[in-house]
Design a protein around this ligand. Structure first.
Ligand code: AMP
Ligand code: ZN
Length: 148
């Protein structure tokens, strides 16, 4: 399989931040987990509830995944999106999925962004923002409750 362009060499479980999150060696606000996929809050979100959904198995881009697994990744992302939208009272959401550094992929482990949006934000330029760890945990708890 052809590798999409990255200026860094291929990483793996030891050097990849999302693999570290999967193995719980790095902390994250997990909202969803099954044996093959995980969803956790983006640390520098575009909006409250911005979540990343990943396969647990390391692969850089969608091209590294079996097609059935890509379908399942988006099934999980769809399920998570309903909980995210309900938990933060959003009116819509975006899926964003970057492949390759040219597409602004910063973390080279496949992920789908689930970004909730409100009607009042329509047409506005939305910047990333920081939340306190208490706010992050409260948001994650609300999403987990919707998924329960
Ligand atoms: P991308 O540009 O599609 O590769 O997006 C990577 C995302 O991962 C960015 O939105 C970052 O804010 C997010 N991110 C990076 N490190 C972490 C982390 N340790 N925990 C949660 N999100 C992270
Ligand atoms: Zn990884």
């Amino acid at each position: 399989m052809r590798r999409l362009a990255f200026s860094t060499p291929p990483g793996g479980p030891d050097s990849c931040i999302f693999c570290q999150i999967v193995s719980k060696k790095s902390p994250s606000s997990v909202v969803y987990e099954d044996d093959r996929y995980i969803g956790f809050l983006d640390i520098y979100p575009f909006s409250r509830g911005h979540t990343l959904v990943c396969p647990k198995e390391h692969g850089e881009t969608i091209w590294d995944m079996e097609e059935a697994d890509i379908a399942q990744l988006f099934q999980v992302a769809s399920k998570v999106s309903k909980a995210v939208v309900a938990a933060v009272g959003a009116d819509g959401f975006r899926f964003v999925q970057n492949n390759g550094e040219a597409a602004n992929q910063v973390v080279a482990h496949v992920h789908v962004h689930v970004i909730p949006v409100k009607m009042e934000d329509r047409g506005r330029f939305v910047e990333r923002r920081r939340f306190t760890s208490e706010e992050m945990e409260a948001t994650a708890r609300a999403i987990r409750k919707e998924l329960a």
